[in-house]
Design a protein around this ligand. Sequence first.
Ligand code: KIV
Length: 265
Amino acid sequence: MPSIGSVGGFAAAKAAGAKIVMVTAYDAWSARLMADAPVDCLLVGDSAMMVVHGEKDTLGATPELMALHTRAVARGAPGTFIVADMPFLAARKGEAHALDCAALLLRAGAHAVKIEGARGHVEVVRRLVESGIPVMGHLGLTPQWVRGLGGFRVQARDAEGAERLMGDAAALQEAGVFAIVLECIPQGLAREATSALGIPTIGIGAGAGCDGQVLVLHDMLGLNPDFRPRFARRFADGAALVRSGAVRFSEAVRSGEFPAQEEGF
Ligand code: KIV
């Protein structure tokens, strides 16, 4: 299955039963590395606020900051499908604001935008889609709601929550989203949503029943030794690799072994 190059590629992947691979990227160099790896899609997530900027939540992201990160990712991975997050409240201030924000992100190089939640802005989603802006949904744990949710917690554990999630997913599909991220919900519910929907689901902490999986790049590479959520398997020991490079550099400088004659002019 070739890497996903368009919105249609997501539907084709679901139809073919091919798992969709998405990973976050926030800058040009990591985007370039991921473009060389067999990932289908890069997500310029507002998790950048936590992962790159060191904040405790994503609420500080602005349209301008997301556009800056998106432009860097697009420069690093010009041939890869890029989804950019609409930041906190961008879809809640009415259609005009949402259209302006989405335009900023698409002009910065995104092929689609991702919008958290559904209730209260389904019509805004519809308007974006009708305006030619591909939209990815995001349900379950929606970090922009962290204050209201009382923390980063697994969602939809009870029947009422599950019913609500299924209703929101159906409403988003009907409004025209091309895929939905399902974050931190029970595996059975994610499986149920995946088989009920005609569009792909991309899970994070939602089990193997989704049509694809997404991880934050730094979690996937083990670059943050202090952050070990249960769902984020480490596929490399990036922190140890980075640390050992820095140790070797420091030792080489202090011993006078670096730079060597041939490394000078
Ligand atoms: O911002 C982000 O990185 C995300 C993913 C966790 C899905 O929304």
